[in-house]
Design a protein around this ligand. Sequence first.
Ligand code: G4F
Length: 349
Amino acid sequence: MPQRALITGITGQDGSYLAELLVAKGYEVHGTVRRVALEDPAHRLARLHTVRDKITLHAASIESFASVFKIIAEIQPDECYHLAAQSFVSYSFDDEFSTFNTNINGTHFVLGALRQLVPRCRVYFAGSSEMFGKADEVPQNERTRFHPRSSYGISKVAGYELTRNYREAYHAFAVSGILFNHESPRRGYEFVTRKISSGLARILAGETAQLALGNLEARRDWGHAREYTEAMWRMLQQDEPDDYVIATGETHSVRDFCEAAFSHVNLDYRDYVVQDDRFFRPAEVDLLVGDASKAKRVLAWEPKTTFRDLVREMVDADVRAIAGHESHASEPRTTGSGGFSSELKAQSS
Ligand code: G4F
């Protein structure tokens, strides 16, 4: 009997890479999607094109306990990867209530339903480096104090604590991956890296002359999403459940990302990038950089893709996509406004 995995948020960047990994490992893979995605597969299931006929998708709402309960009862998974979330930090400032509803209740519903229906199921919760927020130590590790700076960050701390409590109170094999920023050509267009790579492709295609961004000095630890999903899987293969930081240990500013992207195509970002107040956040996380030594020691996991290679891969993919050769994303392209669209709700990164 193959192992059976359930991925919530399977249509997102991480969900699609994880689905490919689990299919390659011989798992029977199930994923929850919003009904609207099933009705518009060309756009909304685009990231799953390599595995679409090898996985089973179920229409479900992560915001409804009845819906989550029904799916888990039906699938009876051996492993559950709970990735579905409102994952765009900026949006969480505009609508704290729906961010809490989706991210905290959604996690509670998954944990609660598994506890009742399949207590042996191993569950992964997608924690985030946003939990560290205004961190009081550099680099951040599993023992660093949380100081979230957005309702998104707060919702992830709540999910992390719920996961820990299910582990301690009910002996669930429940783990949190504290993943630092992870990107790829499948990243949503609203996140800054994809906004830069797709904006640059539009500039090259003559569709626009400028790229408007917010805070260029914010620093992040950016790794490759495909490698980070391998770490998720490894966390569930251990003898004991535990939490892990997943990061590269390198930090770069948004400005560095612009510089690397534009110089890759022999342009100077200073001729195209403008700063726009609309894209600054009410509370910023200035510096994130992770210490993944525990993951290296216990999971034998290490990042492989360098910052420069990640930037190049994203830029090359967007330049090819705009020339009409291929497409990786599941959402329609935005015009670089970076604004929130209701389509982004409850997608994982
Ligand atoms: O790409 P971002 O929107 O990602 P952010 O906020 O770091 O969150 C991402 O990573 C987290 C892991 O640490 C995940 F939990 C979360 O779900 C998400 O995947 O912004 C990165 C930085 C920020 O400091 C932001 O202020 O880029 C800065 N930035 C500057 N100009 C911009 C822009 N961000 C966006 N989205 N758009 C801009 O125009």
